[in-house]
Every structure is written in structure tokens, then in C-alpha cells.
Design a protein around this ligand. Structure first.
Ligand code: PLP
Length: 356
């Protein structure tokens, strides 16, 4: 028997799971953050596949809005990003952890963020060139400690950007001013073409924190890390799942794994093609909400790996093949699920067809 392998000659049918991205909201969010950054420009943190939303969709939308600076975490995230933006605009936050990373940086033209004297030495041994330097101003994560900034190994380094990262910018805490003070020392110690400190939340801390370039991530995607963003930043991501079966339940019918929900009345239930393998975690069991035609429809029972059961009683016109949209406003969804706004985005799995 002849078979056709699933390749270009046999494209997969359309996914019953899709992630709708609002290109206008993405562009508007970047412009709002760029404006709020005052004299500084806003870049974009697009690590982890643009926080799970899809860098192939997000990067072109932000580039069209005017974004020219891009941050990924892993070297392995560069290739996809370079399909959409120029290499000299791309910074790799984890820096070169081995010679293969250095070789890749040199060959591709993207810029490493050097996080330690060891990375500085590795970069210079590989030929050096334009780079960024991360300074740890008090979160004990990546970056050179202030005490090492006078090290002669840094002399003559071609530093494009001196960076640091705020640990608690989403809170009003003295840690922000403490980090700013250490960053001022780093600026005095290290000659860079540009300086960059603020993430999304840091943009709201005022002009002192803006330096030359801000690095928003969360707020680009619709997250609200501080109330200052509540009126300007808009939701960009709408997870949608198709109803693949409708069934009429009677009072007493058990619903889902371990029968955590038992029908207390006749229920018209829809089974949708979304589960915890897609990042719709079990914390949504009995708690999630889906939207259809202006109606809010509750999740019944446990979330399965690939399936979720929804009460369609309030939406009698909703049937098999129709699409339900998850209630996924970042602030409300975070409060309802206990997940952080960051997790809500980055969890969204590979089975979503991302479209804009
Ligand atoms: C992830 C990240 C950002 C973006 O942070 P948000 O809180 O999402 O705005 C900025 N800078 C660095 C170094 C990061 O790792």
C-alpha cells in the first residue's frame, strides 16, 4: 500500500486549538511603553518564544510599531528571531557559556550579554567585538558583581550596552532605589554606548530608571505588573478551543476524572480540545470560564491532558465545531488561577495554532 508521509505533500488539517493575537494591541502596547519610557526607547523581551505567544507573530508586529531592540535568553532562540529582525538588534541574555556560543554569535552577528569575567574572557578569546555587559545590582542572578567592574579584563571591551535587571519593580520597595544607586555606580565604572535597567514594571518607576533603553516583556503582551499600566495596556492573547463533542447530561451524571463534579440538573455539556498538556493547567478545574457569543460558560470538573468539559447550557446555539474563547484577561485570570501573569502566557503550548 502506498502511503504519503505527513510533510508538505500532506499538510495537517487545521488545529482545533488556536491562539488569536491582536496585532493592533501588541503595537499599541509597545508604543505606549515607548512613550512611558520618556527619552529612552523601548525594546522588547521576546525570550521563550515571545513569552509563549509566538515570536513569528509578535516580532513583525512590534517591528512595524518601531521596536529595534530584542532580547532572547537562549542562543537556540536566535534562529527563528532572525527570520524577522536584523542580527545587530538582537541580544542573548544568557551570554556565551561555551565556545560554540561564541562561534555562533560571531557567525550570526547577534550580541552576547556578558554576565561574568569568565564570559568576558571567552568572548575576547573568540575575537570579541560589540557586546553587552550585565551587572548584578542585587538580585544574585546573572551579571558581574559591582566589585568586579574595575577588573582590567573589561578594559577596551566594545560595550554597546551596560545593563542591569530589577528584582522587585512591581512593588514599592526600597530595593528599587538601592538597585538604581548601584546601577549609577556601574554606569560610572563602565563606558557603554547605551545603558538599560527597566523591565515593564520598572518603566513606571520614573525617568531615573529609564536610562537609554527599556526592556519590557510582560506589558507588551498585555500583562499589568503595576496599576500604572491598567488604563493603557490591553489584552493581546486569546486562547480558543473547538467544541469537538456536545452531550446532554442528566442529573447525577459524573463529569471528568475522579468525578469531582456531578451534574445536579440536566446540563448541555461541550467537550473542547484543550487540556493541561496545552498549558491549561488543572488549577482551572471547576474554575475556568469560556466565552461564546457574549455568554460566560463555566468549566465542569477536572481538566484532562487534552480535553476540558464546559457547561454550554447558557449557549444553546453553540455546537460541535464552534470555538470557545478562554477567559484569559491576565489580571483576572491570574487571580482566578493562582498562576502569575508570566506563567499564564508562557504555559500556552505548541499545539496552539498561533495567528494574528
Ligand atoms: C525577562 C526580562 C525582561 C522583561 O521583563 P518583564 O518583567 O517581562 O517586563 C527584561 N530584562 C531582562 C534581563 C529579562 O530577563
Amino acid at each position: 500500500m502506498e502511503t504519503t508521509l505527513p510533510d508538505d505533500n500532506l499538510p495537517s488539517p487545521p488545529s482545533p486549538l488556536r491562539l488569536r493575537l491582536d496585532a493592533q494591541a501588541l503595537a499599541d502596547n509597545w508604543r505606549a511603553l515607548d512613550r512611558m519610557s520618556g527619552a529612552a526607547r523601548a525594546g522588547a523581551a521576546v525570550k521563550a518564544d515571545a513569552y509563549g505567544l509566538g515570536v513569528a507573530q509578535v516580532a513583525p508586529a512590534l517591528a512595524a510599531a518601531g521596536c529595534r531592540d530584542w532580547f532572547v535568553a537562549h542562543w537556540q532562540e536566535v534562529a527563528e528571531l532572525l527570520r524577522h529582525v536584523p542580527a545587530d538588534q538582537v541580544a542573548v541574555l544568557h551570554g556565551p557559556i561555551n565556545d560554540a556560543d561564541v562561534a555562533f554569535a560571531k557567525a550570526s552577528g547577534v550580541r552576547p550579554v556578558l554576565n561574568s569575567l569568565a564570559q568576558v574572557a571567552r568572548w575576547r578569546a573568540g575575537g570579541g567585538g560589540a557586546c553587552h555587559v550585565m551587572v548584578d545590582t542585587g538580585m544574585s542572578r546573572l551579571g558581574l558583581p559591582p566589585a568586579e567592574l574595575a577588573d582590567p579584563a573589561l578594559d577596551g571591551l566594545a560595550i554597546d550596552m551596560v545593563m542591569s535587571h530589577l528584582a522587585s519593580a512591581d512593588e514599592d520597595t526600597t530595593q528599587n532605589a538601592a538597585q538604581l544607586a548601584l546601577f549609577a555606580q556601574a554606569r560610572a565604572a563602565l563606558p557603554g554606548r547605551r545603558y538599560s535597567l527597566a523591565n515593564s514594571a520598572g518603566i513606571a518607576l520614573g525617568a531615573d530608571f529609564h536610562a537609554d533603553l527599556t526592556r519590557p516583556g510582560l506589558a507588551l503582551y498585555g500583562g499589568i505588573p503595576r496599576r500604572e499600566f491598567a488604563t493603557t495596556i490591553r489584552q493581546t492573547a486569546y486562547p480558543e478551543a473547538a467544541v469537538i463533542q456536545v452531550r446532554q447530561l442528566q442529573a447525577g451524571d459524573r463529569i471528568g476524572y475522579n468525578a469531582t463534579h456531578v451534574a445536579d440538573r440536566p446540563i448541555r455539556a461541550g467537550v473542547i480540545a484543550l487540556g493541561y498538556a496545552d498549558g491549561y493547567l488543572r488549577c482551572w478545574s471547576g474554575k475556568g470560564r469560556f466565552l461564546f457569543g457574549g455568554k460566560e460558560l463555566p468549566v465542569l470538573g477536572r481538566i484532562s491532558m487534552d480535553l476540558t468539559i464546559v457547561d454550554l447550557t447558557m449557549a444553546p446555539d453553540c455546537g460541535e465545531g464552534d470555538w470557545l474563547t478562554a477567559a484569559y484577561d491576565p489580571v483576572a485570570a491570574s487571580a482566578a488561577s493562582g498562576l502569575s501573569q508570566y506563567e499564564l502566557f508562557t504555559l500556552l503550548g505548541r499545539r496552539f495554532a498561533r495567528f494574528i
